[in-house]
Write a protein that binds this ligand. Structure first.
Ligand SMILES: [Cu+2]
Length: 163
């Protein structure tokens, strides 16, 4: 009888331990991605009335601005189905700060192989920054489905070799 009771206890343990380990593991993964890998939800970089994006000082003239040597600011507006600007040129070794928002629906801003992966929410300003070391052409991709021509929504970053 004693053996049987301990067998039941072991079965219980076999269920209880994973059910504790799973959420603990997920919490650990969340902590590692948030604090270790720097993956976050859209930060609180500010808000903007999505019907008045063109009047906001940051987004009046979407484009690229050099703020200091090697430091660039991209003021980017997403709308169906384009990014403005859709071509960004910076020299190699630049740090690029993206300030971005959406004029209409939820869009995404993804630059592969760089630490840029944010949602662009109407009414919300998103900020992300990355360093572009290697000359080349990098795509800017909308990775949030935003309508019928979503797949055409893209731009590019051209990193020019230093002269
Ligand atoms: Cu899209």
């Amino acid at each position: 009888m004693a053996t049987r009771r301990s067998t039941l206890y072991l079965w219980e343990l076999a269920w209880i331990l994973p059910s504790i380990a799973l959420p603990v593991g997920m919490l650990a993964a969340l902590a590692v991605t948030a604090f270790g890998a720097g993956i976050n939800v859209t930060g609180d970089a500010g808000r903007v009335d999505s019907t008045k994006v063109a009047e906001h000082p940051l987004f009046k003239e979407p484009g690229v601005v050099e703020t200091a040597p090697g430091q660039y600011e991209v003021r980017l507006v997403a709308q169906i189905w384009a990014f403005a600007p859709n071509e960004i040129r910076v020299p190699a070794g630049s740090t690029v700060h993206f300030w971005a928002t959406s004029r209409d629906v939820i869009h995404g801003l993804l630059v592969p192989r760089h630490n840029i992966n944010v949602m662009l929410l109407p009414g919300q300003i998103s900020h992300a920054q990355a360093r572009f070391e290697t000359p080349g052409e990098y795509p800017i991709i909308c990775h949030e489905y935003c309508g019928i021509a979503h797949h055409t929504m893209a731009g590019k970053i051209i990193v020019e070799a230093k002269r």
